[in-house]
Design a protein around this ligand. Structure first.
Ligand SMILES: NC(=O)c1ccc[n+]([C@@H]2O[C@H](COP(=O)([O-])OP(=O)(O)OC[C@H]3O[C@@H](n4cnc5c(N)ncnc54)[C@H](OP(=O)(O)O)[C@@H]3O)[C@@H](O)[C@H]2O)c1
Length: 271
């Protein structure tokens, strides 16, 4: 089913071992990646702002997509897109969605909340079970940069000591707790997984020369278009199998006030 490479960025040609060892970011990074076509890709969280981009980019790359959402009316059926209504917490529904696929991408997410959150770990556990049951090996899941204890969003004292705790770590505590459980589920599986940790998401129309780095990457922002592209690029990239990577955007990032207004107050990217 893996029929063709659509694009191979030259910067991604080297293996991790081939790249220089003096600088951690250089050693562990690449820009862009190969995108495979002709795959049947299941996307969880397909109606969300990142999920929609994954679906669009996957279809544009010549793949067929099974778009999973609890609200199928939010996604238009079109050529090469099959919309499946399923709750990720429903093991049987997840199993049916995953059957017959080549790869699964999860951009599942729920808003920050004080109550305990479980959908990341429960949903992904169901996905893992379904993939193992159907012999589907490639899994790419979204996680979050603050799960890395070494993560430094910004060297600004104001941001890292005041704003990040206020707008991310404190309200996101229950989210990060469940994301940590999700990452543990993924790591303990026998699948060819990649955990893609995103920084603060923002809206951008285009895919940029995003930075992809194993482990920690300094950086405050990730465009959803870049997150989607980085996740899809994993399908054609062997280097980050069974690894955790961070994806960051450096071009066209928003100002802090604009970002807080759009993402935390107005809720940008959501229909
Ligand atoms: N916002 C940030 O700054 C930030 C930073 C780092 C990582 N992340 C993570 O990045 C990912 C994408 O974020 P986003 O803002 O683009 O999307 P999002 O608004 O979190 O939407 C994710 C989608 O998940 C789906 N979903 C939730 N519960 C589900 C369930 N039980 N079964 C099936 N689908 C379910 C929802 O679709 P339906 O309601 O249609 O089912 C929703 O549209 C999320 O995992 C988020 O936590 C976000």
């Amino acid at each position: 089913m893996l029929t063709a490479y659509l694009r191979q960025d030259e910067d991604c040609g080297a293996t991790l071992e081939d790249q220089g060892r003096d600088d951690r970011f250089q050693r562990r990074s690449c820009v862009g990646g190969r995108v495979l076509s002709g795959m049947r890709v299941v996307v969880f969280g397909a109606s969300g702002p990142t999920g929609r981009r994954i679906v669009d980019q996957a279809v544009a790359g010549g793949n067929r997509v099974v778009a999973v959402t609890r609200r199928p009316e939010r996604i238009a059926e079109r050529d090469r897109v099959t919309v499946v209504g399923a709750d990720a917490a429903d093991r049987r529904a997840v199993d049916e969605a995953v059957a017959g696929s080549d790869a699964v991408l999860s951009a599942l997410g729920v808003p920050y909340g004080r109550k305990p959150i479980s959908i990341y770990s429960t949903g992904v556990a169901n996905i893992v079970l379904a993939m193992e049951g159907h012999g589907v090996r490639r899994l790419v899941v979204v996680s979050s940069a603050p799960l890395d204890p070494d993560y430094l969003a910004s060297d600004s004292w104001m941001f890292s000591r005041i704003l990040e705790p206020l707008f991310m770590r404190r309200p996101g505590r229950t989210t990060y707790e469940d994301m940590a459980r999700m990452e543990a589920v993924v790591r303990s599986s026998k699948l060819d997984w990649t955990v893609v940790r995103s920084s603060w998401l923002f809206e951008a129309d285009q895919v940029s020369d995003y930075r992809l780095a194993e482990g920690t990457a300094e950086g405050m922002y990730t465009a959803r278009s870049d997150l989607a592209a980085a996740m899809l690029a994993q399908l054609g990239d062997e280097r980050f199998k069974r690894r955790t990577v961070a994806v960051n955007t450096t071009a066209g990032t928003p100002g802090l006030i604009t970002q807080i207004w759009r993402e935390n107050i107005r809720g940008a990217g959501r229909r």
